[in-house]
Design a binder for this molecule. Structure first.
Ligand code: NZQ
Ligand code: ZN
Length: 384
């Protein structure tokens, strides 16, 4: 097992009817910017519940954060906080709103004029405090310190990380996810699944606790994905998905492990260029990365085959290949397509995607840092 340090200060408040806990969790004197996405949080009454729980605190609303939050939109919220002299932010939504709020919190205290530098790695020294009301399980952003921001005019989608942007708390009421359309629910299953395997299907470091944790979470996802496809109103399955998705990316399962993240790096370009849902980009790229790195990942793929899919064979390579097939079949069973052609993309898209990777210098991806532009191009070609 590799050495590690673990720090995660986010308070989790999980369960039905927990939005009212905002009354205690948000500082009594706070002047709050409530940030939400398109229309779902308003339409399904969540914003009303939030405003009620915030009581007499001064509240300003900022709606319209897009899926894949847009830099230029978020800058408007930064201006609004200044203009109204606000000092606390509440994110009401999913990964996009939470990530957007992380950026707003950071940009508010960022000394330089060009706030995009946050996405280029300039370290943060301060950020506004914020909390979360989660409405869609998928990204784990409710309990981690990362955010992914898009800049559509430049065709970019980049991430930043800082311990200063851990949410102070996240309220997770699984009832709130009953209104999700099937597409978004299944996106959540696939995104969580890929978060787990990007931290687990790498090298065997002997980190048994993290391995077992990852395998258990994957088995939960294999169970709840089909369950929710058949019965979207199943609250126990909604609860399991919500907590599984958080654990998939709150830092715990990577402890002592080597991580990959090449699937996400390549996938982000597919969203930046073509607007494909985040989870679906991962479903396209993952089998390609696994096939390309079959030799290096064989041991962990075979282990996953045995312990997650209950496959049996004495041939490690056969097991590894069967795990890739099973994974793709799982995505298909959720209605998630896994080929570029399924999203109307052909061969001519590949140089464009690789050029985008070049733009951000993503030349040494994966646990062995050996996925360069040529390798990315081969991986994408295998996914036509
Ligand atoms: O905008 P509204 O109208 O609210 O609709 C949203 C949105 O269209 C809808 N939705 C959310 N809650 C709902 C609901 N509809 C009905 N009922 C509800 N309760 O769902 C749509 C998708 O929401 P979004 O927040 O975009 O989804 P998700 O949570 O999958 O977030 C995706 C973003 O997070 C980033 C992705 O790249 C993408 O930008 N990620 C963030 C990570 C992190 N911070 O750690 C890691 C991930 O790998 C990922 O990259
Ligand atoms: Zn993801």
């Amino acid at each position: 097992m590799l050495n590690f340090e673990f720090y995660n200060p986010t308070r989790i408040v999980f369960g039905e009817n927990t939005i009212q806990r905002l009354a205690d969790l948000v500082p009594a004197q706070a002047r709050v910017l409530v940030v939400y996405g398109g229309n779902s949080a308003k339409a399904f009454g969540t914003i009303d519940q939030v405003i009620q729980a915030l009581g007499s605190r001064e509240v300003v609303e900022f709606g319209g954060v897009e899926a894949n939050p847009e830099y230029t939109t978020l800058l408007k919220a930064v201006d609004l906080i200044k203009a109204k002299n606000l000092d606390y932010i509440l994110a009401v939504g999913g990964g996009s709103v939470i990530d957007g709020v992380k950026f707003i919190a950071a940009a508010n205290k960022f000394a330089e004029e060009d706030k995009w530098k946050i996405l280029e790695g300039t370290p943060l020294t301060q950020a506004l405090p914020f909390g979360v009301v989660l409405t869609i399980p998928a990204t784990g952003s409710e309990m981690n310190a990362g955010a992914v921001i898009s800049y559509r005019d430049r065709g970019l989608k980049r991430s930043f990380h800082s311990p200063l942007v851990f949410p102070q708390f996240s309220i997770m009421d699984p009832q709130k996810t009953l209104t999700l359309p099937e597409r978004q629910t299944m996106n959540g299953v696939v995104d969580s699944f890929v978060h787990i395997v990007e931290q687990y299907v790498t090298k065997d470091t002997g980190a048994s606790v993290s391995d077992e944790f990852a395998e258990g979470l994957l088995r939960v996802l294999l169970k709840v994905g089909p369950k929710l496809k058949a019965d979207p109103q199943c609250l126990p399955a909604r609860s399991d998905l919500m907590w599984a998705a958080t654990n998939a990316l709150n830092g715990l399962i990577r402890l002592g492990q080597v991580t990959d993240w090449s699937v996400h790096a390549i996938g982000h370009q597919l969203t930046a260029l073509y607007g494909i849902d985040h989870a679906r980009t991962l479903a396209i790229v993952l089998p390609g990365v696994w096939e390309y790195k079959l030799e290096a990942k064989q041991a962990k793929l075979a282990q996953m085959g045995r312990k997650v899919f209950a496959l049996e064979s004495n041939d490690e390579r056969e097991l590894a290949l069967a795990t890739i097939v099973k994974t793709e079949e799982f995505f298909h069973s959720l209605g998630v397509a896994t080929r570029l052609r399924d999203y109307n993309l052909g061969e001519n898209a590949i140089p464009e995607i690789v050029a985008n990777l070049e733009k951000i210098g993503a030349t040494n991806l994966g646990e062995d840092k050996d996925i360069d532009y040529v390798a990315s191009s081969k991986i994408l070609t295998s996914r036509l």
